[in-house]
Ligand binder design. Sequence first.
Ligand code: ISE
Length: 343
Amino acid sequence: APLRVAVVGAGMMGADHVSRITQRISGAEVVAVVDPDTARATAAAATAPGAKTYAAFEDALADAQLDAVIIATPGFLHEPVILPALEAGLAILSEKPLSETVESSLRIIEAEQKLDRPHIQVGFMRRFDKGYLELRELVKSGANGALLALHCAHRNPSTPPNYSESALITDSVIHEIDTVPFIVGEPIVSVEVKKPRRNSLAPGGLLDPQFVLLETVSGVLAIVEINVNVQFGYQVTTDAVFESGVASIGRAETIQIASAGAIGQSVTPSFKERFGAAYDVEVQRWVDAAHKGEIDGPSAWDGYLASVVADAGVLAQQSGKKEPVTYALEKPAFYETTSSLAT
Ligand code: ISE
C-alpha cells in the first residue's frame, strides 16, 4: 500500500512537495495538508486527490492514519511537529534546518534515540544533486591531488519577510555547512564572517552580502559568498581548487543563445528549479526507504552537526572573529546507517 503522508506547512516548499509526491513519486500519497492558513492548505491540497486539510498537525495525526510526515514549516517550528511524529513512530522528512538551535537539535536526537532506529531524514537536498555527488567522488578519487579550497556562491534573487542577519547562516549557509563536510569528508572546525559593502537593495538594513569562511580539520578552506538580494535569479555554484586541477559545478546547463549582439543563458528563478531533480531523488529515496523501515539520506545526526556549526557562525557574525566549532557529542552507534548519503 502507498505510504500515507502528511505535508505540514503549505508554503512554497510544502506545496512543491505535495505536487511532487502526487505527480512524480511512486509508493506514496498525500492524505493530509496541514497549515493554519486554510486558504494556503486548500490551494496546496488541490493538486492531491483525496488529501484533507487540517489547521494543526495533532488533528491530522488523530484523523488521517498517517505513516509519514514531511515538515516544511520554518525551522523554528520543526521541533513541535517532530516530537509527536517520533512518538507516533512516523517516517519523517524534515526540511532543513533540523532546528534553529543546538538545544532543540539535541532534544530531537535524544527523543529519536528512544526508538529502535533512526526515523528522521533531513532535507539537505544538495546531497542528492548530481554535481555535488560528482565533486565528492572526484575528491575521494584523488585524481587531481588533494583538495585545497572551495569557492562557493549562494545567491538568491531576494529575501522573504522576517529574514534576519542570523538567517543568512541558519537558513541559507546551512546548506554549505552541510555540503562542505559531505564533499571534503571531514568536519568543520572553525567559522569566520567578513562583511563587505552592503547591497542597498537588501530590505530592512540587512547586511547582505557576507563571506563565510568554513575551515575543515585538515585545513581545507571554503569561502562562501552568501548574497541573497541579487535580483537576477537563483544561482548556486562551487569551484573546487585541487593540487593539480580545478572543478566547477552549478553553472547553467541550459542552451546558450547568441543574438542581437549578446550571448545569453537563462538563470533558474528559485531553488525549486535549480534543485528540482535533487528533490525528486531525495523524496523517492525517502519513500522507498520508509517502506523498509529505514532512512536513505542525511540523518538527524547530520542536522545536529550543522546546528553546531551554525551556532558558531552566528557568533562569528557578531564577534568578527574566527570562532572554533566544538561538538559536545561523539556520534552515537544509533546513527550508523547503511545510507551512502548520511554521515
Ligand atoms: C531557503 O530556505 C533554502 O533552503 C534555499 O535553498 C536557500 O537558497 C535560501 O537561502 C533559503 O532561505
